[in-house]
Design a protein around this ligand. Sequence first.
Ligand SMILES: [Ca+2]
Length: 352
Amino acid sequence: MKRVCLLMAALAALMVGCGRQLAEVPEATPAPTAVVTATPTPTATPTPTPTPVLVTMAPTSVPTPVPTPTPTPTATPTPTPAPTPFSLAWVPDTQHFAYFDPQKFLTLAERINERRESDNILGVIHSGDLVDNGFKSWQWDNFDPFLENLDPSLFFFPVAGNHDIGTQAQEYYAYLPRPFLKAYPDEQKYDGGKVIYRVLSEGGEDILLLGIGWNMWMDRGAMRWTDEVLAAHQDMPCILVIHGFLLSETGYYQSVEQMIAARPTIRLVLCGHMDGYYTHVFTYDDDGDGVKERTVTAMMLNMQRAQDYAFRILTFDPLSHAVTVNTLLLDGSPAPDYPNREPISFTIENAY
Ligand SMILES: [Ca+2]
């Protein structure tokens, strides 16, 4: 019994000790919680760190070829600038405006100006008979506001028609002092402006504009000068502006045709003089191999007597070398086709 009591006393003492021990454990429990929170931090940091180091190491060994791809993109922009189509406004015979209706000059200038940006119009070609009688200064007074009202960025490229040099007199001395000819440098005109030229540099190419005044295709000095100009610009197509050439659906001045035939860079001819509109395509075998490889598209337009007049906007496509011929009336609307006639607006493929 005494041994039982002793055993129980010992057990009780042990339990008290255990109790003390248990009481101390909860105080130590916060410590492992702190350890737990500390553990993920180091494990996360070391694992990613070595991997990026290895990745970055690999490319850093190849830095020398890196500068080589840099010049490659600089080569790419070169083909990007595609040649932009451009236009020329073509104004035929305005002699009736100068004589009867000068207000129409202002309307015509306005029509051209309002399409300048959308059609990328660079200049205005006049195919002759600017006025009815070049010896009447009041008619030039009627004409001049046309140029004064054109957008100043547009160039003006005229040729003398038979009326500009006087249908009776056939003399150039009243025409040549006109300010629009004075504006041309001496080297670009023969004898003050009886023949003129200018080079169009657009769409990555050059085009020679050549204007031969009335009768000058029969003038030896004028044609000698013309041939020097053509020889100096033989690497570019030529657009000939001449007042009289096509006379009807099938007829033309043979002397002008012979002059064109002998000059292989001429590809387009713009003329006026007659009433209405005609287009002829001439073909020539310049190299004598039996194949006619050159086409010359000649266009005549003169509708000054029509109620609404008509002028054209020629749009050049530098990629296809097609020319779109857009015929417009003074009110800006497209000119209607005439019954049983070829279309008045059309596209010339392989035009220059
Ligand atoms: Ca040939």
